[in-house]
Design a protein around this ligand. Structure first.
Ligand code: PXP
Length: 240
């Protein structure tokens, strides 16, 4: 079954708004795990506007499930992940001041840069993933660069879904087939929600992991974290 990694950036955003430790990020992460999350994702950005650098080793110490750290591979980011050694590092091509990830890597143009970074991640015994658009060529060059997995950027799927879900899913089905034929793993994330997740998984049941933050934390305001995580897990069950 597809794993659910809960992105807890938004919890850190709320905490940082007042400078104290409420909500307690480590407690929320542990609660996500006990409510059924298969992993926790964080995206430490250079300006520390949500996850701070110090949160990363602290989370590593308390988590019992899979820890995924995503980010642009600056020297500072790489020093952090190689020291903390999460289970997975997801490379995203964001600029430091970017509001949120909104496109995948150009794995053709960035081939040499990515290969060197991926070598360092592999040498540390960490699984790697590269964030890409639903594009077969980008998947091919991601595999050539030596990544263990790709994460498909699902923003365009989520945007088109309410208008035409068949058209929305089509490039993702094609890209997912190509990814599988390349023998690498498949993750997906961005703007996935209770509205669009089940259809995504019904059509692409071979997804190893989805990472979900914004919509899940918004749903938790109304449904509570426990019921929300259960509802997302339910979407991941492939209906026969
Ligand atoms: N995957 C990547 C690479 C991301 O940058 C983000 C946002 O931090 C997500 C997944 C999760 O997106 P969302 O918060 O829209 O669920």
């Amino acid at each position: 079954m597809t794993k659910l990694s809960v992105n807890i950036n938004k919890i850190a955003t709320i905490r940082n708004a007042r400078g104290g430790n409420m909500p307690d990020l480590l407690q929320v992460a542990r609660d996500c795990e006990s409510f059924g999350a298969d992993g926790i994702t964080v995206h430490p950005r250079p300006d520390e506007r949500h996850i701070c650098r110090a949160d990363v080793p602290a989370l590593r110490a308390v988590l019992n499930t899979e820890f995924n750290i995503e980010g642009y591979p600056t020297k500072e980011f790489m020093d952090l992940v190689l020291r903390v050694k999460p289970h997975q590092v997801t490379l995203v091509p964001d600029k430091p001041d970017q509001l949120t990830s909104n496109h995948g890597w150009d794995t053709v143009a960035e081939q040499d840069f990515l290969r060197d970074i991926l070598n360092d991640i592999r040498a540390a015994g960490i699984r790697s993933s590269i964030f890409i658009d639903a594009d077969e060529r980008m998947a091919e060059f991601a595999a050539k660069a030596g990544t263990d997995r790709v994460e498909l950027y699902t923003g365009p799927y989520a945007e088109l879904y309410p208008k035409n879900r068949e058209a929305a899913i089509e490039p993702f089905v094609m890209a997912a087939k190509r990814v599988r034929s390349l023998g690498i793993g498949l993750n997906a994330g961005h703007d996935l929600s209770l509205k669009n997740l089940a259809y995504f998984i019904e059509n692409i049941p071979c997804v190893d992991e989805v990472s979900i933050g914004h919509a899940l934390i918004c749903d938790a305001l109304y449904m509570g974290l426990k019921d929300t995580i259960a509802a997302y897990k339910e979407c991941l069950k492939v209906k026969k």
